[in-house]
Design a binder for this molecule. Structure first.
Ligand SMILES: O=c1ccn([C@@H]2O[C@H](COP(=O)(O)OP(=O)(O)O[C@H]3O[C@H](CO)[C@@H](O)[C@H](O)[C@H]3O)[C@@H](O)[C@H]2O)c(=O)[nH]1
Ligand SMILES: [Mn+2]
Length: 748
């Protein structure tokens, strides 16, 4: 029986079919093709510029839809069975895992957030002596360091408490905001008492951190902090501090905790997050060299303490061992505002497109919540043949740089299967400092063939794409409860800048040597996986037809012309509109979302497509013309204040649209003003006489009004005050653009 059991796979990929979706996807595709066909035929007797432009835009939308359909067509679900894993691997045989956390700015990312993430990692249900947690601080902040030192003291109480009572949510602020835990009838008085005690300790910890953040740290008082005394954020030497070392090698102690702030020098490129990840990879390679790494952003805390075991079900499975490079867990958000007002929770997107991609070559690497194989990060392809230590020394030097110690560890990781924990923590400090220096990578393969890839602000998608190109698969796992939870941007400007960065980064990849198209032609990227990558990279390109299409109704009303097809063609377009909306609404309903959430997402898709995406597109164009470089702007994270709500967000105005001075709001405001001007012209009867019976009819009017409804938050913003109002500078720019447009249309 035992044998039979041990031969069962520890994970399964279960394909399934969304029948309803397939039918609807196909119907919509057919309608789109009919519309294009009608347009082509009607061009023979009536051709107008507006119709031609509309045809081009609709062609683009049809291509986008085709990519969507292909991506969603064969969804799959991965099931993991940790109990079966233990039939094959005993607890003492479990491999070590290195944990990476990145933070970059103690103001945009308050240290208490990082602390919670780190605590949730230290408390993972996994032998502690096989874990090592490395925190990369690109902000070189003594405050972050201080917070981690204090957190490690608290961890000595917290981790045993979590394990003793099998607490499920191990990020303290989330645990303490869940009052049901302690109010439940099942909890023992002893637990309740300890819970309150822990809560008190956590409060002390957060007060300490808050107090220090209000005043400068007195470096001279504490030798530990002296290294920070003459540092500037972008000009300092490497700082590596072993905050806690698990010297006893005990499984019930705490995992190692190491703070790293890599060397930075002014004007030297540091490659943002990708650069930080490569330093983490090298330093950990010297210190613990675990065959697997788990990386999270500073705001993504563990929600399922058994997650490493679930991921290992895939990574250690005989089949997974050969095929699967990384295991990705979805990004889910615990601070979700009601009805997703800013359309950034992406629930429906993850459910359908996420499952779809999982059924092809596997999920994209999304930068966080992911377990990688170290040897794949070091550049191994799926049909590799490197045996232990077989890589010639010269090749190692050219690939991995000049550190002999690191090259030894890399050779071991590439060839070996040594799963026993290495413990060279303090001994490796000097070598570690060297590999974290800014010049270390020059002339090596870091950022190109090995490690996290440079050249895109979506380093995650690029790195994952390179791995898929080598023939590896990836798997998406969704255990119960969900693996990690984080925070989605809480306001519109942050969402906009995040969308802008994503579009920029994705489009950068599309136009580079690493483009998925080349990867399919010359590499091992599967064809439909390529289409899935093109689908997501198409965001930036889509902004152009979206904007043209939104300008068309205003143009047609102002000039009294028409861009919509006539007769049957108009029926097709109208049916398409109705079916598309009913269909998307059903998808929201099926995922348990409200009608409001559906509408918010519909309108935010239009707003994202026409605002941040176009800036992403323009930035990449400028980069291609070598006129500017792209940068990674860190998203602001909200300070958690447990006690109210799930993630501590209880602002009554949360969910209201806010604006800032950024250019990102100019296109939207202009489009809105254009529609308003057009509607005024229409209702005052100021339109010119129609040309050859082609006047702007009810359809055009409907499109214009629909856009005003989509831009309702902007309309309110025109009259709002403070951060709720669109700044005068933005309104003036948009007004100038709108009037220029009207002038060009009418010649007046
Ligand atoms: O110079 C930098 C810039 C950023 N980061 C870290 O990168 C992470 C992601 O940054 P964030 O501003 O939170 O970006 P998001 O848009 O939320 O991130 C998503 O998109 C990024 C790519 O654009 C991925 O790297 C992330 O993993 C993914 O969660 C954070 O932990 C930052 O501290 C650095 O370490 N160094
Ligand atoms: Mn983030």
């Amino acid at each position: 029986m035992a044998n039979l059991h041990s031969s069962l796979p520890s994970y399964e990929r279960l394909p399934f079919k969304f029948h309803f979706q397939r039918v609807m996807d196909t119907v919509i595709l057919i309608l789109l093709l009919l519309l294009l066909g009608y347009r082509l035929i009607s061009f023979t007797n009536s051709y107008t510029f507006a119709c031609f432009l509309a045809f081009l835009c609709e062609t683009w939308f049809t291509i986008t839809w085709l990519l969507t359909v292909s991506t969603k067509w064969t969804p799959a679900l991965i099931k993991t069975y940790p109990e079966r894993l233990f039939q094959r691997v005993s607890e003492s045989e479990l491999p070590p895992v290195d944990l990476f956390v990145t933070t970059a700015d103690h103001e945009l990312e308050p240290p208490i957030i990082t602390v919670n993430t780190v605590l949730s990692l230290l408390a993972l249900d996994y032998p502690a002596h096989k874990l090592a947690c490395y925190v990369s601080d690109d902000g070189c902040s003594p405050l972050t360091f201080y917070a981690l030192v204090e957190a490690s003291k608290f961890a000595k109480l917290w981790v045993p408490f979590c394990k003793k009572y099998n607490v499920q949510t191990r990020a303290p602020y989330r645990c303490f905001s869940d009052k049901d835990i302690v109010n439940s009838e099942d909890s023992s008085p002893e637990f309740k008492q300890e819970w309150l005690q822990m809560k008190g300790e956590y409060e002390k910890l957060s007060h300490k951190i808050a107090a220090v953040s209000r005043k400068p740290i007195p470096f001279e008082l504490d030798r530990e902090f002296a290294v920070f005394s003459d540092t500037e954020r972008r000009n300092h030497s490497t700082i590596i501090k072993v905050i806690w070392e698990n010297k006893e090698n005990g499984s019930d102690e705490l995992p190692h905790l190491i703070y790293i702030s890599r060397e930075k020098r002014p004007k030297q490129p540091h490659h943002y997050k990708a650069g930080a990840m490569n330093v983490l990879t090298r330093v950990s390679g010297l210190m613990t060299n675990a065959p697997f790494t788990l990386n999270v952003d500073c705001d993504m805390s563990v929600n399922n303490p058994k997650i490493v075991l679930h991921a290992l079900c895939v990574l250690l499975d005989p089949k997974g061992e050969k095929e699967v490079a990384f295991v990705q867990c979805p990004q889910q958000f615990c601070n979700g505002l009601k009805d997703d007002p800013f359309g950034n929770q992406m629930v429906v997107l993850f459910t359908y497109l996420g499952a779809g991609i999982a059924g092809i070559q596997g999920p994209f690497y999304s930068g966080t919540n992911c377990l990688h194989r170290r040897k794949v990060i070091y550049g191994l392809s799926s049909d590799h043949d490197i045996k232990h230590g077989k890589l010639p020394e010269k090749e190692l030097l050219q690939t991995f740089g000049s550190s002999i110690e690191f090259n030894e560890s890399a050779a071991e990781a590439l060839g070996g299967k040594s799963y026993s924990p290495n413990n060279n923590i303090s001994k490796s400090l000097e070598a570690a400092s060297k590999v974290a220096g800014y010049g270390y990578e020059s002339g090596t393969a870091w950022g190109k063939q090995v490690g996290w890839k440079y050249g895109s602000t979506a380093e995650d998608t690029l790195t994952g794409l390179k791995i898929h190109t080598k023939g590896w698969k990836s798997e998406m796992i969704t255990p119960e409860p969900i693996a990690f939870t984080g925070s989605a941007p809480m306001d519109v400007p942050s969402s906009m800048s995040q969308q802008k960065r994503w579009t920029t980064g994705l489009l950068e990849i599309f136009f580079s040597k690493s483009s998925p198209i080349f990867a399919t032609l010359f590499g091992k990227l599967q064809f439909r996986q390529c289409l899935a990558y093109v689908w997501i990279m198409n965001w930036g390109l889509r902004s152009v037809p979206e904007i043209c299409y939104a300008v068309l109704p205003a143009y047609c009303i102002i000039t009294n012309s028409n861009f919509l097809p006539k007769d049957i063609g108009l029926c097709v377009a109208a049916t398409l509109f109705v079916i598309y909306n009913i269909y998307t609404l059903t998808e929201y309903y099926l995922t348990g979302m409200s009608i409001r959430a559906w509408w918010n997402n519909q309108r935010m898709t239009r707003i994202f497509a026409m605002n941040p995406w176009i800036f992403g597109f323009l930035r990449v164009m400028l980069k291609l013309l070598k006129l500017s470089e792209t940068v990674f702007e860190v998203t602001r994270k909200e300070q958690p204040s447990y006690g109210d709500g799930d993630c501590g967000q209880a602002d009554s105005d949360a969910g209201r649209f806010t604006f800032d001075e950024s250019h990102v709001f100019v296109p939207g405001t202009t489009i809105l003003l254009l529609q308003l001007i057009a509607l005024v012209i229409k209702f005052l009867g100021l339109q010119p006489p129609p040309q050859s019976g082609n006047e702007a009819g009810i359809g055009v009017l409907f499109c214009s009004i629909y856009l005003v409804v989509c831009y309702w938050p902007f309309l309110k913003g025109l009259f709002g005050k403070g951060k709720y109002g669109i700044p005068i500078s933005t309104v003036s720019k948009s007004a100038a653009l709108a009037f220029l447009f009207v002038h060009l249309c009418t010649g007046k």
